[in-house]
Design a protein around this ligand. Structure first.
Ligand SMILES: Nc1ncnc2c1ncn2[C@@H]1O[C@H](COP(=O)(O)OP(=O)(O)O)[C@@H](O)[C@H]1O
Ligand SMILES: [Mg+2]
Length: 372
């Protein structure tokens, strides 16, 4: 575990030792050379003397000088090596410790501890790596929580219709319930609910995996919106809700999957009808803005609280589960809309005020081709 620290430290220290020893040797050689020339120049010895003999003929002060020089050099070398060792240790620590910490955290995550984080103290590449690691673990954790919630949601949603079906079938088998038309149609409704749920789950998983790609064609959005409005009108009338359209003239043709766009808008309009009290008003608008086609569905319904707004696109999220379940929703409608609009390279936005109403806005990228 600590081997990186030791390796880096030894590398630094060996470099320091090499530099210091080299430096001392050079200084020693240079000083000796210069001292010899000095002795030679000062005429204390004969011109013909060579270096070896000269040393033997040095006087006491010269010998003392050389000894003191060697001593000073050794002292300087010792001091430098000590400083070198300290600096090596400090540098090695500052390089190796974050890597060691990161390594420990990675091992902890691998062992399943998603709360493992590393402390970011630096802004350099190692600090950035630590930050990226923390962001990655946070994402991993939130994905795990989402997956658990998703599974719990699926189990919960499947349970209710299955329980109803089983109880009724047992009742019929025991002769307690008579399988009349009403009974059968009620059971068929449960089967339809299950089929719808399974279909939505399938679409969602395929969309998320990128295996369900939009089949792009040129779309006349005005015509498409009129179709959706026509289909939704009977439902709105049932609740005496006025359904208006506010579609710009001369909308450009867009490059999108017709079925998906139809389903997205229909889901939004159905929600608007569902969550708007009798006598309310719904406006479906469309306009082209900043190379995006905006489709707005505005209602005067119950609205969504601020704390729920960011969750309405989550799987199985319902603001009021009792009420919305009654109205037949699976809690997957908006999640589907979100995945579909993302598959188109667009996005969905929501603005809402509790008790006043909501506006869902689909933003779809427009193709450059304009309507003739
Ligand atoms: N137009 C709206 N007005 C108020 N609340 C809404 C509106 N649309 C969606 N919601 C809230 O968002 C939740 C999620 O919507 P959705 O995914 O379509 O699920 P479902 O309609 O099946 O309940 C709904 O349960 C509801 O609480
Ligand atoms: Mg819905």
């Amino acid at each position: 575990m600590r081997s990186l620290l030791i390796r880096v430290m030894v590398t630094f220290f060996v470099t320091t030792v090499t530099v210091v020893v080299g430096l001392i040797l050079v200084v020693n050689y240079q000083v000796s050379e210069n001292f010899n020339s000095y002795l030679y120049m000062s005429g204390m010895h004969g011109i013909m003397m060579n270096h070896g003999k000269m040393a033997a003929m040095m006087g006491v002060p010269e010998r003392q000088f050389i000894t003191s020089l060697k001593y000073s050099l050794a002292l300087a070398a010792g001091g430098m090596l000590l400083i070198g060792a300290c600096v090596s240790y400090y540098l090695a620590r500052s390089i190796a410790t974050p890597v060691i910490d990161l390594n420990q955290a990675v091992n902890a995550v691998a062992a399943g501890d998603l709360d493992a984080t590393v402390i970011v103290e630096r802004q350099d590449e190692v600090g950035q790596l630590a930050m990226a690691f923390n962001a990655m673990t946070a994402k991993l954790k939130s994905n795990t929580v989402l997956r658990q919630r998703f599974l719990a949601g699926v189990a919960h949603e499947l349970r209710t219709p299955l329980t109803i079906l089983k109880a009724n079938l047992e009742g019929i088998a025991d002769g307690i319930i008579t399988p009349d038309v009403e009974q059968i149609s009620s059971l068929t409704e449960e089967v339809d609910r299950l089929t719808k749920l399974v279909g939505e789950l399938r679409d969602l998983s395929l969309l998320e995996a990128g295996q369900l790609q939009p089949e792009f064609t040129f779309l006349d959005i005005t015509q498409l919106l009129r179709q959706v409005l026509g289909k939704s009108n009977p439902l709105a009338s049932e609740k005496s809700i006025s359904l208006y359209s506010k579609i710009d003239d001369e909308l450009p043709v867009i490059w999108a999957d017709g079925d998906m766009v139809r389903q997205m808008v229909y889901n939004l309009v159905l929600n608007a009808i569902k969550y708007t009290p009798d006598g309310g008003q719904i406006i479906v608008g469309a306009t082209a803005k900043n190379s995006m086609l905006q489709i707005m569905v505005t209602d005067t319904g119950i609205g969504i609280a601020v704390e729920d707004l960011e969750h309405v696109f989550d799987y199985f999220y319902r603001v009021n589960s009792a009420r919305t379940k009654e109205s037949g929703g699976t809690g997957l409608g908006l999640a589907l809309v979100k995945q579909m609009v993302l598959a188109h390279g667009g996005k969905i936005e929501v603005a809402s005020k509790l008790g006043q109403g909501s506006t869902f806005t689909l933003l779809l990228p427009m193709n450059v081709q304009q309507k003739a």
